[in-house]
Design a protein around this ligand. Structure first.
Ligand SMILES: *Cc1c(COP(=O)(O)O)cnc(C)c1O
Length: 263
């Protein structure tokens, strides 16, 4: 290990500019518009200051993989933004990357979710990326009956066959999507996958391509209707390859915030 890289405010702005630039380029190269790919900032290595700064720059989408961190960070950021607003320091300009301060943020849950923690998560996030079993889906469906809107979920796909990785194996994905589509309190929005870590992004391509293939099959079968339209793939080391393979949501942490785990 080399010494940790912990970007300060200037470096975070520069890192953000670089990452969004690379996303835009990858999107354009694969015939899509930059705004067709959503950047979700993964905050597991971020400090509270870094998270606030990104929101002040207009960034809206944040993700956590640990429930405990989510329970601390989501309310803290909401409070920060409402304090800013009440002080009149939020401009009325439209929300946008590097524009005005975000008026609101959306949290995403991307880590493994235990059923006993599901309730708290449903109250804090806009999208759960990590539904990996029928039992978890059923638990969320039960919780959703007490909510005003269906809970939006992605099915996590294990496209590598690596046992240590979470997710549903490829041959079972379509069936789970079909089952979730019958649950009125859930809205299946798409798929999420993680490729095994490698320094070479090309090694992720096969996993992304396989997941994109199942995604298209489910869409062709009209499961989930037009709402099944999110393909969440790609992290700091491989988001460009993921975009080439069809990702329209990338989850980037270390390339923005550095690689020191924040505890
Ligand atoms: C940590 C994490 C990410 C972000 O990974 P980086 O390498 O920091 O970009 C994305 N998705 C999931 C599910 C994660 O746990």
């Amino acid at each position: 290990m080399t010494t940790a890289w912990i970007p300060g405010p200037q470096q975070l702005q520069e890192a953000y500019r670089q990452v969004t630039g690379r996303i835009a380029e990858a999107a354009t190269r694969s015939g899509r518009r930059p705004e067709d790919v959503l950047l979700v900032a993964v905050t597991k290595t971020a400090s509270p200051d870094q998270i606030r700064l990104l929101a002040e720059m207009g960034h809206v989408d944040f993700a956590e993989n640990r429930v405990q961190q989510l329970e601390k960070r989501a309310p803290a950021l909401t409070e920060f933004l409402s304090r800013k607003k009440s002080l009149g320091s939020t401009s009325t300009r439209e929300v946008g990357p590097l524009g005005a301060c975000a008026e609101y943020v959306r949290w995403h849950m991307i880590g493994q979710l235990h059923r006993n923690k599901a309730k708290s998560v449903t109250q804090l996030v806009k999208l759960i990326h990590s539904v990996d079993s029928l039992r978890l889906a059923e638990e969320l469906h039960a919780l959703g009956s007490r909510m005003t809107e269906p809970i939006q979920v992605l099915i996590q796909v294990n496209a590598s066959g690596e046992l240590s990785k979470g997710g549903v194996v490829i041959p079972a994905v379509m069936h789970l999507a079909d089952q979730i589509a019958t649950m009125v309190n859930l809205r299946p929005r798409g798929l999420m996958t993680m490729a095994p870590y490698s320094d070479n992004p090309e090694e992720s391509r096969h996993c992304f391509a396989r997941t994109a293939e199942v995604f298209e099959e489910i869409r062709t079968a009209r499961i989930g209707g037009g709402d099944f339209n999110i393909l969440s793939m790609g992290m700091s080391n491989d988001f460009e390859v993921a975009i080439q393979e069809g990702a329209n949501l990338v989850r980037v942490g270390r390339a923005l915030f550095g690689d020191e785990e924040y505890l």
